[in-house]
Design a protein around this ligand. Structure first.
Ligand code: UDP
Length: 302
């Protein structure tokens, strides 16, 4: 039987490389496109060349992508620039990478007629939402260039589904955590910072009073959802992808334990965030299985 061919853009990053692991387990042949700005070779070094082919390239450049996409069944488009603060410093760079990059991937996928195109959108599109848990119908309120460029990417994905009948799905990620989180960036995600701090025996940095909440979804729950989405007949859909549970920074610090210090609030840092995940639960019969406590134990005992 012919192997399923999957393209993973940003496949050398935290989320991408975990997805590649899962796809290989499913028996797919995987093509990774990554510019290795935040992605790392070592995230994929355990794979055999025959299962995973890696190409170092920039998806926002005017390149011929067709040769990589030929014969592809699924595209998982995860490549993009993350983080809010740098996006405010350099909005155009974010626009080119996140929006134009997405358009290039859509064009390539359209030409070769892939079965499914799944896009990693961001829950940051809701800004500071009125309703929590927040459903997909909540008002869009992009408060910084990162949120704006990821949302524009989603608009392109949905419009291509309408214009060209593509089977496109956009998943609005909440706070994803798990092994291979990028621990080197200046404005690191909370778990990246806590992992580094714990390793160096430094106090955990709590921003503000630590009462702010997020919806943390474990990477294995997220990749499970992706597999189910790719196998489904769904198209032209937007889904929240979170755990549906709200956890404060103080709760996380208490689970991890040890010393802590308080540091100033970040610009645009929302007080609360939690996904309403009824839509995706209903449509693909999926539910998150890893509690925050178990996820933290797995991450810190590694
Ligand atoms: N945060 C924290 N300590 C850190 C890093 C982040 O308390 O060392 C807080 C941050 O202010 C935010 C939450 O943790 O309220 C999640 O931050 P992250 O950057 O991981 O995600 P985002 O803010 O983009 O949801």
């Amino acid at each position: 039987m012919k192997k399923i061919k999957s393209i993973v853009t940003g496949g050398a990053g935290f989320i991408g490389s975990n997805l590649v692991d899962r796809l290989v387990k499913e028996g797919h042949k995987v093509i990774v496109l990554d510019n290795f700005v935040s992605g790392k070779k070592r995230n994929l070094s355990h794979h055999l060349k025959k299962n995973v082919k890696i190409f170092k390239l920039d998806i926002s450049k005017k390149l011929k992508f067709d040769k990589y996409f030929k014969g592809a069944n699924y595209v998982f488009h995860l490549a993009g620039l993350a983080e809010i603060v740098p996006s405010i410093k350099n909005p155009k760079k974010y626009f080119i990478n996140n929006t134009l990059g997405t358009l290039n991937m859509l064009e390539a996928a359209r030409k070769v007629k892939v079965d499914k195109f799944i896009y990693a959108a961001s829950s940051s599109c809701y800004g500071s939402p009125k309703k929590i848990p927040t459903s997909e119908t909540e008002k869009i309120d992009t408060k910084h260039p990162y949120a704006f460029t990821k949302f524009l990417g989603e608009e392109a994905v949905m419009n291509y589904a309408i214009f060209f009948g593509m089977h496109n799905i956009s998943c609005r990620f909440f706070n994803v955590y798990g092994p291979r989180l990028n621990t080197t960036s200046q404005y690191g995600a909370v778990f990246s910072n806590f992992l580094t701090q714990k390793k160096k025996n430094k106090p955990l940095t709590i921003v503000g009073n630590g009462k702010q909440t997020r919806d943390f979804i474990h990477i294995d729950d997220l990749t499970n959802a992706f597999i189910k989405l790719s196998k489904s007949n769904l198209k032209n859909k937007i889904y929240n992808l979170g755990s549906g549970k709200e956890t404060s920074i103080n709760q996380i610090v208490n689970i991890i334990g040890g010393k802590k210090i308080f540091i100033p609030r970040r610009p645009g840092d929302p007080n609360r965030s939690c996904a309403n995940i009824q839509k995706i639960q209903r449509d693909i019969n999926w539910k998150p299985e890893i509690s925050i406590k178990e996820g933290i134990q797995r991450l810190f005992n590694n």
